[in-house]
Design a protein. Sequence first.
Length: 75
Amino acid sequence: MPENEEIEKPKVEAPKLALTRVEAAAAIGVSPATIDRLTLRGLLRPSRATRRPIYPVKEIERFLKATTPAAEWAI
């Protein structure tokens, strides 16, 4: 191997901890407007860590669990 040639390192992507409203909508199969309505009703709580609200993955999971009948989680 020539001296000036660098070894290419594999790119490792960190897992996303939070999603934008468009990404959150796509993740649960609804429109971004529905995400806005759920937020206004207090059913989804975005983080305000940035200028725009972001939805932590854990918050989306909490919302889905809270709105799914318990019998479906037992499967």
